[in-house]
Design a protein around this ligand. Structure first.
Ligand code: ADP
Ligand code: TYD
Length: 208
């Protein structure tokens, strides 16, 4: 894939501040004269947004973990072809709220050890990693309280509760060690502006 642009993903547990910080980073980079698109997973293209409704609404046991891996990967393939790849080819900065690391964690860890299956499908069907991944790390109880205060219909995963969030936090930190070349870890428990300043500084350094 041609990549004259720059691909940034944001990861972290639910409620850690990804949506807030991706928006602030987009505004900041645009002020610096960059051409930026902000997108998200699951979703980010019309087809992938349809899959989003399938995976995020309904009973927690609606899908098995293996079926979820297929659905998230199908959504990601469509998002990659129709949104991410064209933007990178046009030289844009792509900011994506969650990407494949979320599948490594949520489907790969939450219900049995399916990490190997996630990685195999990823290399077969996606084969792309971000240039930079911003992990917003925070206390799971705090994250869950923030996430639940939003009250949306997309609560299949939030129904899984604090125990899952705690395992996801540990898993994300382990992933940051595993892919240390592309991850930065930011303390998300602070005020919004303090978190944003750290993220902008780290991104600026990588972009230059
Ligand atoms: P995520 O996308 O990771 O789930 P959001 O950005 O949607 O997180 O944030 C979840 C909630 O917490 C929102 O209501 C948001 O306004 C609030 N929030 C985000 N960052 C902070 C922060 N640093 N301090 C306090 N509240 C925050
Ligand atoms: P998101 O809308 O980012 O939720 P939040 O803002 O609460 O962090 O993602 C919705 C849910 O989808 C989230 O609980 C994590 C889950 N998810 C997976 O399980 N696998 C994936 O591959 C992705 C991208 C998300």
């Amino acid at each position: 894939m041609s990549r004259s642009g720059f691909f940034i993903s944001f990861e972290g547990i639910d409620g850690s501040g990804k949506s807030t910080q991706t928006r602030l980073l987009k505004d900041q980079l645009e002020r610096m004269g960059r051409d930026v698109i902000l997108t998200r997973e699951p979703g980010g293209s019309p087809g992938a947004e349809e899959i989003r409704a399938l995976v995020l609404q309904g009973d927690p046991d609606r899908w098995s973990a293996r079926t979820e891996i297929l659905l998230f990967t199908a959504a990601r393939r469509d998002h990659l072809e129709r949104t991410i790849q064209p933007a990178l080819e046009a030289g844009k900065v792509v900011i994506c709220d969650r990407f494949a690391d979320s599948t490594r964690m949520y489907q790969g860890l939450s219900r049995g050890d399916l990490r190997e299956a996630v990685d195999q499908l990823h290399s077969l069907m996606i084969g792309v990693e971000p240039d930079l991944t911003v992990l917003i790390d925070m206390d799971p109880a705090q994250g869950l309280a923030r996430a639940l205060s939003r009250k949306t219909v997309e609560e299949r995963f939030e129904d899984f509760g604090e125990d899952l969030q705690t395992r996801m936090r540990a898993g994300f930190l382990a992933l940051a060690d595993e892919f240390a070349n592309r991850f930065i870890v930011i303390d998300g428990s602070r005020e919004i502006d303090a978190v944003a300043r750290d993220i902008t500084a780290a991104v600026q350094q990588r972009l230059n």
